[in-house]
Write a protein that binds this ligand. Sequence first.
Ligand code: SAH
Ligand code: SF4
Length: 397
Amino acid sequence: MTKIPLVHTPEPQAIPESRTNLLGMSQSELGDYFKTLGEKPFRATQVMKWIYQHGVTDFTQMTNLSKGLRDKLVEHACVIAPEVVHREYSDDGTRKWVFKVAGGSLVETVLIPADDSKVNGRKTLCISSQVGCALDCSFCSTGKQGFERDLTAAEIIGQLWVANASYMEGVDSSEWHNNVTNVVMMGMGEPLLNYKPVVASMSLMISDHAYGLSKRRVTLSTSGVVPKMYDLYKDIDVALAISLHAPNDELRNELVPINKKYPLEQLMAAARAYVFDNPRHKKHVTIEYVMLAGVNDSDEHAEQLVALLGDLPSKINLIPFNPFPHAPYGRSSNNRIHTFSNILNNAGFVSTIRQTRGDDIDAACGQLVGQVADRTRRSAKWQQSVKERLETEQANS
Ligand code: SAH
Ligand code: SF4
C-alpha cells in the first residue's frame, strides 16, 4: 500500500468585500470589468494569461500592465482560489484536495494520472460544481448528502488552478506550464443546475488565453437537465456525458428521480439535438450506466438500452457501482458486466467498462462526498479502492 501524506493548511483566506475576485471571470466578464476601470477590454486576455498560464496572482508582478493599472488592480481586485485544507499525494501520482469554501463547506477534487507509457501523460481532474446535490439519485452518496449551495466560478476554476499549481511549486512564472490534460465535471453536484458559473469556468478551460484544453478533453456530465442541454451546445463547445443508468422510465424514475420531470423521450431528444443540431457537429455523446446488481444489469435491460439508443451516436461507459455505507445496492459481478457489454457491442455500440486507471477517475468521483462527510473512515476506504483498482490494472497490464 502506498503511503499518502496528509498536509493540513490554514483556514480559508477571506475575500475583502471591497475587492473583486478576478478568478473565474470569463473573458467577456473580465473585459467588462476592465471597461469599468476605464481600461481597454484587451487587458482581459493579458491578465488571464498571467493568472492561468503563469500562475501569477499578485498584480504587481504582471509586468506588461502599466504601473497605473497595476496600482488600480491592487486596490480594487484580487485573485483568490478556494483554500486547500487537506491534500493527499500518493506515490503513484493520484492527488486529492479538500477545499474549504466560503461558508465553511468542504469540497473535493481528485486527479488521477493515466499510465504514461500508454496514454502519454494524461492527467484527468474531476471537478465539483456544487456542495452536495439536490437530485437525490438513489445510488449516489453526494445525493444522500442533500444540497448545500452552488459553487462560484472562482471556486470551480480554482480547483483546476490549484491542481496545476501543485506541479509548479518553486517554479518561476516564466517557466510555468499546466499539467492537467483532461477535466470531467463529475465531482459533487449537477453542473447544469449551476449553469452560468460552470459555463464560465469551462470557457476558461478551453480558452487559448487561459488553459487551452482541447474541447474534446473537457466533459460535462449531467443526469438529464433537459432544457439546459439545449442551451449548452449553443453556449460552449465541450463533450457531453449523460448519466442514463436505466433503459426505461419506470426504473429510471427510481434511480434518477429527475427523470420524472424530464422522462427518457425528452432526454433522448435532447441527446440527439446535442449531436445533430449542434453547430459544432459532435461525433457522439457518452452514455454513463452504473452497474447495480440485480437492478439494471440483466440481458433484457441491455436489449432495452440498445433499442432506446437506436441510431444515437454514443459511447457507453459501464461503471461498476462504488458502494458506500447504507447503500441499498451491490456491484454487478464482472461476468454480468462483461455479458451486458457484449450485448451492446454485438449490437454495434462501443461500450467500455471503467476499470483502467484514467477512466476510473469518474468512478472515484462518484464517491467523492464520502471523504467530505466522514473523512477519517471513508477517506481510508477511498484510498483503498483507488489503490486496488490501480493495482489490478498494473497486474493486468
Ligand atoms: N451530477 C452529474 C455529475 C456528477 S456525478 C451526473 O449525475 O452526471 C458523476 C458520475 O458518477 C455520474 O455518472 C454518476 O451517476 C456517477 N456515480 C454517482 N454515484 C456513483 C456510485 N456510487 N457508483 C458509481 N458511479 C456513481
Ligand atoms: Fe446529483 Fe449526479 Fe449524484 Fe445524481 S448522480 S445525485 S445528479 S451528483
